[in-house]
Design a protein around this ligand. Structure first.
Ligand SMILES: NC(=O)c1ccc[n+]([C@@H]2O[C@H](COP(=O)([O-])OP(=O)(O)OC[C@H]3O[C@@H](n4cnc5c(N)ncnc54)[C@H](OP(=O)(O)O)[C@@H]3O)[C@@H](O)[C@H]2O)c1
Length: 349
């Protein structure tokens, strides 16, 4: 028969065992930010899950340190994206981290290398080596993780818009992710850049980062653009906002001008009237990065290499206005909703 003491010591041992187990679990569990239902960023969940095991052949393990989030995630979280993501999914996109293990058959990477990887807001990932980009020595990990998608969007847009040195580039939403990238790239490509945004604070930063002229477009912009261009208008207009901003752009586009349709943060996709395009000798060009990677992956890769080279040589300057921990993911997305972000908001993991 068991005595009272043996029962108590048995319970104590069981308790100790479970404490040890939960401590061990804490050590090996990792954090991930999951979208568990379509709707609002307020419903995002910071979950604890088991980390991935050792990498499979052809893969590597990466400890993610910083991951970017962006406006388009909100569309995905709402379930309004062209291709719906299966629930639950990890939010975020490009991430920067350090290689912790290399699977069989992987060449060119070593443990400790700084890399760019897909993965989003999660502490650890196993990922196919071909999807990982090694960073040149001395490249800032956060800047690198923040820049790729925005700058790739900017570069491909300005290429499609055939921006030439000496031309005038008007950038809307110029302090936003893709907008600020277009300002930076437009300057590098030799254009005169007019940056339009909604607050003096944003315009000050954009000016510091190289814009030649700034316009607060809250009350319209066409007269200012006409004045700055001697009545001619802008040769290329980069438009991630749409709606009224697109409508007004049609009134200050130069002859043979090109308006790039990048997105619709205003919430309205405007209608381009073909008779207006005809009388203005103007073009409207829509594009997506998904389209480029599907239809011309070589060009996509070549552009990514050019951009990484420019970044590592300090020729472009990605800007991060906010960095928040994973536990503050709702606040981080709220900054995007409230139009407070300049350049990019990063999540430290
Ligand atoms: N075509 C592509 O392949 C591609 C690639 C990436 C992103 N995108 C799209 O490009 C757009 C911009 O993305 P992003 O990451 O640059 O976004 P972001 O960093 O949030 O910047 C968007 C900017 O839009 C302006 N804006 C105007 N009306 C707004 C509103 N009602 N709500 C929020 N912002 C508003 C804001 O500037 P002000 O406050 O100064 O007006 C803001 O800075 C999105 O529609 C995204 O889906 C397209």
């Amino acid at each position: 028969m068991r005595t009272f003491e043996t029962i108590v010591s048995g319970i104590r041992a069981m308790m100790l065992g479970s404490a040890e187990r939960s401590q061990k679990k804490e050590e090996i569990a990792m954090k991930v930010i999951h979208c568990v239902k379509y709707g609002s960023h307020r419903d995002l969940v910071v979950a604890e899950v088991d980390p991935p095991g050792p990498p499979q052949p052809g893969e590597m393990s990466v400890r993610i340190k910083t991951a970017g989030i962006q406006f388009s995630d909100l569309v995905r979280i709402a379930g309004d994206y062209q291709e719906k993501s299966e629930l639950p999914f990890v939010i975020g996109g490009d991430a920067g981290g350090v290689v912790t293990a290399v699977g069989d058959g992987v060449e060119g990477f070593r443990v400790g290398d700084a890399v760019l990887t897909p993965g989003g807001c999660v502490e650890r990932v196993n990922v196919a080596a071909r999807r990982v980009t090694p960073l040149p020595e001395g490249t800032d990990l956060e800047q690198a993780a923040s820049f790729r998608n925005n700058y790739a969007t900017g570069l491909w847009g300005l290429q499609l818009g055939r921006l030439c040195p000496g031309e005038t580039l008007l950038v809307h939403g110029a302090a936003g992710g893709v907008g600020l990238a277009a300002v930076d790239l437009g300057k590098l490509m030799g254009a005169r850049v007019i940056a339009a945004a909604s607050s003096e604070e944003k315009l000050t930063v954009v000016k510091t980062l190289g814009a030649d002229h700034t316009i607060n477009y809250t009350d319209g912009f066409r007269y200012q653009v006409k004045e700055l261009t001697g009545g001619r208008g802008a040769d290329v207009i980069y438009d991630p906002v749409g709606g009224d901003v697109f409508d007004e752009s049609m009134r200050c586009v130069a002859p043979y001008g090109r308006i790039l349709i990048v997105g619709f943060t205003s919430g309205r996709a405007a209608t381009a009237k073909t008779n207006h395009l005809l009388v203005k000798d103007a073009q409207v060009i829509g594009y997506t990065m998904g389209g480029l990677s599907r239809h011309d992956p070589e060009k996509n890769r070549a552009n990514a290499e050019i951009l990484l080279d420019w970044l590592s040589h300090g020729r472009i300057s990605p800007y991060v206005s906010h960095r928040l921990p994973m536990d503050e993911i709702v606040e981080a997305y709220q900054l995007i909703v409230d139009r407070k972000v300049i350049g990019k908001v990063m999540i430290t993991t």
